[in-house]
Design a protein around this ligand. Structure first.
Ligand SMILES: [Zn+2]
Length: 118
């Protein structure tokens, strides 16, 4: 799947935008998580205050660290790599970027956010 196909697929689901880092980690770009470049790009393009945004992800050492770097709300889902992130790889991220909420799955994450913001 090309970057453009990926973006078109997400937009077809109703997302405003989708971002992809096309680089390898050793290229040292600003968008490869845990660097927060994609979040900052989205913030610029959509006039978002990242401190009022939530990052939902399954990888602590990338998603949660990127979220912490820009002060976003952090939600780790237990699906995907989530359980391993919390257990086996916890030492790589938890101290700097512990999640505000650990969700069973994406639906649980969204329900928590709605409840948290009402
Ligand atoms: Zn990149």
């Amino acid at each position: 799947m090309t970057e453009q196909e990926f973006q078109e697929e997400f937009i077809s689901y109703g997302f405003d935008a989708a971002y992809v880092c096309p680089h390898e980690p050793e290229e040292g770009c600003e968008c490869h998580k845990p660097r927060p470049g994609m979040l900052q790009k989205a913030a610029t393009e959509h006039e978002l205050n990242l401190r009022h945004c939530a990052v939902i992800g399954d990888v602590g050492s990338t998603d949660m660290l990127a979220a912490a770097a820009v002060g976003s709300i952090r939600i780790l889902v237990e699906t995907g790599w989530g359980k391993q992130s919390l257990e086996k790889y916890r030492h790589k991220w938890y101290e700097q970027a512990s999640p505000d909420y650990v969700a069973k799955d994406l639906l649980d994450a969204v329900k928590w956010l709605i409840g948290n913001n009402s």
